[in-house]
Design a protein around this ligand. Structure first.
Ligand code: GBH
Length: 476
């Protein structure tokens, strides 16, 4: 037994990926509704308009969670259901609030602990159009704080709040490569607007300020009476040197994690950006005023960790181009000696390598002083899964093995390395709208038949997690 007695485990989802019902009960459009409508942006031309229709199937989803034995569920709130136009002077939509209040009541009645993500990429479109969304330092943090306050007030029963999911993705994919909404990039064949060398770093900065404001509001005005906790969720992959004999590759491994994770985590734990980023980006990386640094520093009650994969890292020589966001290095699947990091999946960026999970848990714990960690996402797609017959899909041994390997690696980090991990949420409860990849790529432990009324079929992996955690969580 190697996980603490009070360890929570379950599944994660995000509003735009599962809810559908985009016009129900007064919801306003988000930047993802707008982005999906642009031809060529989503692989299969789809959108989240229907998705899993979870907005209308909450009872069924909670029954599913219960039947799988989950003790926690992480989901996100659609900001534009709460405040359709998004801003602090815009009308509040009571029907949107009522939906999530009831959902949390129903989860608690089923014995499932809710983890609420306030923001999983679906910015109200009106804020993007009104003032440039994340790019606006004066407006965006204030509007986010206001929205967060509305939710804290409405759902005092929620004790675990996550401000932002993966701000790296909102910044880099939204404002450098343009692969995600709102699609800004310097590449004029893809977008009429954007500056890949500057905008991502401004967006990241403003998200940190918005996070800081929401945390301050929670701690001052809600936590004293509600007693919950709040933090941010960051994504990051494990790194191994392409050539372990080359000190420049070894150094590039840390730099890769700094550009992905410490970009946000260093300001949150130390009050400043990593030296490696300042060195490469110069004054394109904003600086924190003393007030901003004070707001952001110390703003995590826990660290939310999203983790999926690992890479070999090869340093690059010379001056990187201005739009480089990796830290002047290459990410590879094969090492110099020809070792492969892991098997292919349906996702071009994902190859299972469970030891990397243990190694990254250790890296984070050492750098940030052994914070409490919740693993807020971990999971895999499977090569060719969508093209298999149903009975083969439900027999997803590859995913069963992935969870088994990764959860055991985490349990070792907990029992043997002193890592303070207190929860784990598998991505995802069900197949869903996989952003720019559309519906072809499936991450669910539950199969969703998009051609037959979004019917749900739990896969083998769905049923495998309870026994796995029962074998690892201490009974006393
Ligand atoms: C998670 O991100 C998301 O939180 C979740 O919504 C999503 O469904 C899940 O992954 C599965 O994809 O080569 O530059 O395009 C995981 C972290 C970081 C993985 C960005 C994909 C693409 C890098 N993601 N990465 S790029």
């Amino acid at each position: 037994m190697s996980l603490p007695k009070d360890f929570l485990w379950g599944f994660a989802t995000a509003a735009y990926q599962i809810e559908g019902a985009v016009d129900a009960d007064g919801r306003g459009p988000s930047i993802w509704d707008t982005f999906c409508a642009i031809p060529g942006k989503i692989a299969d031309g789809s959108s989240g308009a229907v998705a899993c229709n979870s907005y209308n199937r909450t009872k069924e989803d909670i029954d599913l969670l219960k039947s799988l034995g989950a003790t926690a569920y992480r989901f996100s709130i659609s900001w534009s259901r709460i405040i359709p136009l998004g801003g602090r002077n815009d009308p509040i939509n009571q029907k949107g609030i009522d939906h999530y209040v009831k959902f949390v009541d129903d989860l608690l009645e089923a014995g499932i602990t809710p983890f609420i993500t306030l923001f999983h990429w679906d910015l109200p479109d009106a804020l993007d159009k009104r003032y440039g969304g994340f790019l606006n330092k004066e407006e965006f943090p204030l509007d986010f704080e206001n929205y967060a306050r509305v939710m804290f007030k409405a759902i005092p029963k929620c004790k675990h709040w996550i401000t932002f999911n993966e701000p790296w993705c909102s910044s880099i994919l939204g404002y450098n490569s343009g692969y995600f909404a709102p699609g800004h990039t310097s590449d004029r064949t893809k977008s009429a607007v954007g500056d890949s060398a500057r905008e991502p770093w401004i967006v990241g900065h403003n998200i940190l300020l918005a996070h800081g404001r929401a945390v301050k509001a929670y701690r001052e005005d809600f936590k004293p009476t509600q007693g919950g906790e709040i933090g941010i969720t960051l994504n990051g992959d494990a790194t191994y040197p392409w050539d372990p004999e080359d000190p420049a590759d070894v150094e590039a491994c840390d730099r890769k994690i700094e550009f992905a994770i410490s970009w946000f985590a260093d300001p949150i734990y130390f009050g400043e950006y990593p030296a490696s980023m300042r060195k490469q980006l110069g004054d394109r990386l904003p600086t924190f005023t003393p007030e901003e640094a004070a707001l952001v520093k110390g703003s995590n009650d826990f660290y939310g960790m999203n983790h999926y994969t690992a890479n070999y890292i090869k340093h690059k020589k010379g001056t990187p181009p201005e739009d480089d966001f990796l830290g002047n290095l290459e990410t590879l699947f094969y090492s110099k000696n020809g070792e492969c990091i892991g098997e292919e999946t349906e996702s071009f960026w994902l190859r299972p390598h469970a030891q990397g999970f243990r190694d990254l848990l250790n890296w984070l714990s050492k750098r940030y002083g052994y914070p409490k960690i919740y693993v807020t996402e971990n999971g895999t797609s499977i090569k060719g899964e969508s093209n298999l017959p149903l009975e083969k899909i439900l027999d997803d041994d590859f995913r069963v093995r992935y969870f088994d390997d990764y959860v055991h690696a985490m349990a070792k980090a907990s029992a043997e390395d002193g890592v303070n991990v207190k929860g784990y949420m598998a991505w995802s409860l069900m197949d869903n709208f996989e952003w720019a990849e559309g519906y072809q790529t499936r991450f669910g432990v539950t199969y969703v038949d998009y051609n037959d009324n979004q019917k749900r079929y739990p896969k083998k992996s769905a049923k495998s997690l309870k026994a796995l955690f029962d074998s690892l969580i201490k009974k006393e």
